[in-house]
Design a protein around this ligand. Structure first.
Ligand SMILES: Cc1cc2nc3c(=O)[nH]c(=O)nc-3n(C[C@H](O)[C@H](O)[C@H](O)COP(=O)(O)OP(=O)(O)OC[C@H]3O[C@@H](n4cnc5c(N)ncnc54)[C@H](O)[C@@H]3O)c2cc1C
Length: 471
């Protein structure tokens, strides 16, 4: 029997790929999924009413690249194609992305033409950044922070006003700590091999392209042809994990909710004992752990303290999330995806998503404010209340967007340790962790956002690769 720990998108996808690869039979109960809470989906949670949807975690998925196309294949296979709501390249939510700097909102360029023009807060057209890359020397490095890399290649303004807010938007983190390999692995390799990003880019243009080697479903093909920017799921993103869960249950996977695992004991290379909080013990031949690395660290600490320490070394950040619904006849915002705030502005908020522009079937104006992240404790201390976060978010929305109304409805959540931080050395750390597992013949595979990418696509793809590794 194989056991999956955790019923987030990582654990559910592991079940999906184990079934797809016929690694568990449809008739015998050979696959077990243990989820600590009373519901599956992990951070993917939607509050649904007839007037608005509040996404309490992720809201959009990117369709591009191997990992994006792979997710679309899964969505079609689950019969969810008709529920996909694409945001195409010409939609305002795709074109209009802003940053808040020097007390005003600035639209970031979204076309080639835009890089030849001067766009506030940048002091020169962005094209100059490319010259910077051509002239600047390079440093021989194994890894670097994404901030250092971008500052070295393209200048400080790009690092402060383009990359730093982008890192806040993706992982609520500090670009000065996050590994360049997190988002810019290939440009970094170009710098290291050819002395600069543009030089590497030019050379790569003469090489034969290695297209994504993946069979495309009709939905994935549509996404490419129609140039989707991002997409969401009608009726709430949590319909996606709900469909996966249904698929697992229809195929006789034993899904046990309210089943927190407290300890993992490895007996031999094909036997592992899982101890539930209730004291019940379960024997499995292999365990797929899709729980956060810091949680897994506590489960293996008694038997494998070194492994536990390495898992603990992956840091996580806490995000405050405030959803607002304004029951207004006219939209209170201009059509856009939203805006991000560069850390250099020293604001309590990371950014605001204009949900009523991105998510279909919403009345009025719906916004989500993200707060804290890497700076959560520094800005709000240890004991901040939801009420305080609500007040801060509302004050910022009033100041920046000039919204003076009181919200008709709201939701506040403190998402404790919700996003792993891929700091400098992360990829080497993960390799070291997997090497330890291999060297000690431990029947465990690591899945989920702690290891191979923090987005939904990455987590799903990581489940696929980890399942295939065990075949
Ligand atoms: C605020 C926010 C916004 C985001 N926005 C986006 C976005 O727009 N697009 C995007 O692609 N990604 C986004 N992400 C990232 C994405 O949501 C995550 O990568 C993904 O949901 C992680 O899934 P997972 O299965 O790895 O982990 P989780 O969702 O953390 O699931 C782990 C599961 O394990 C369970 N568990 C924990 N401990 C135990 C235990 N001891 N025993 C049993 N079960 C246990 C938990 O209850 C949970 O259900 C966002 C994340 C956050 C927090």
């Amino acid at each position: 029997m194989a056991a999956i720990l955790g019923g987030g998108i990582g654990g559910l996808s592991t079940g999906y790929y184990l079934l797809k690869n016929n690694l568990c039979s449809n008739n015998n109960l050979k696959l077990l999924l243990l989820e600590a809470t009373n519901t599956c989906g992990g951070w993917i949670k939607s509050i649904k009413t007839k007037d608005y949807i509040f996404e309490q975690g992720p809201r959009t998925i990117r369709p591009k690249g191997l990992v994006g196309l792979n997710t679309l294949n899964m969505i079609q296979d689950l019969g969810l194609s008709e529920h996909v709501h694409p945001i195409k390249f010409d939609h305002p939510a795709a074109k209009n992305r802003m940053i808040y700097a020097n007390n005003s909102l600035h639209l970031l360029p979204s076309s080639l033409k835009g890089i030849f023009q001067k766009n506030e807060p940048f002091s020169r057209p962005l094209i100059y950044a490319l010259f910077n890359d051509l002239w600047n020397p390079y440093k021989q490095l194994k890894d670097d922070s994404i901030y250092n890399f971008v500052e070295r290649r393209f200048g400080k303004e790009i690092a402060d006003y383009a990359i730093s807010p982008m890192i806040c938007g993706i992982c609520a983190g500090d670009a000065k700590e996050i590994s360049v390999k997190f988002l810019m692995k290939i440009p970094f390799e170009w710098e290291q091999t050819h002395g600069g990003v543009m030089k590497g880019l030019m050379r790569s243009m003469f090489k034969t392209k290695n297209d994504n080697n993946i069979e495309l479903s009709e939905l994935a093909r549509r996404a490419q042809e129609e140039k989707w920017n991002v997409y969401t799921i009608k009726g709430g993103l949590d319909n996606f994990p709900a469909s996966l869960l249904q698929h697992l249950m229809e195929n006789n996977v034993d899904v046990q909710l309210n089943s927190k695992v407290d300890e993992i004991k490895f007996v031999d290379s094909s036997t592992v004992k899982l101890k539930k909080k209730t004291g019940e013990e379960i024997m499995a031949n292999h365990v797929y752990a899709s729980i956060p690395s810091h949680v897994l660290a506590d489960l293996v600490v008694k038997q494998h303290p070194e492994l536990s320490q390495n898992l603990k070394d992956i840091p996580f950040v806490t995000v405050g999330l405030v959803n607002f619904y304004f029951d207004s006849d006219k939209p209170l915002i201009s059509p856009a995806f939203g805006f991000l705030v560069p850390p250099i502005e020293n604001s309590p908020i990371l950014g605001v998503v204009f949900d009523s522009c991105c998510i279909p079937d919403q009345k009025g104006t719906v916004l989500t404010v993200m707060l804290g992240g890497k700076w959560f404790k520094e800005k709000f201390g240890e004991n901040v209340t939801e009420k305080e976060l609500f007040n801060i978010a509302l004050r910022e929305v009033a100041t920046i967007l000039n919204i003076q109304e009181q919200p008709t409805a709201h939701n506040v959540k403190i998402l404790n340790k919700c996003i792993p931080q891929y700091i400098i050395g992360h990829y080497e750390k993960v390799e070291q962790i997997r090497q330890y597992i291999h060297d000690h013949n431990l029947p465990i595979s690591l899945v989920g956002s702690s290891y191979d990418g923090v987005g939904i696509n990455d987590v799903i793809y990581s489940a696929k690769t980890q399942v295939q590794c065990c075949i």
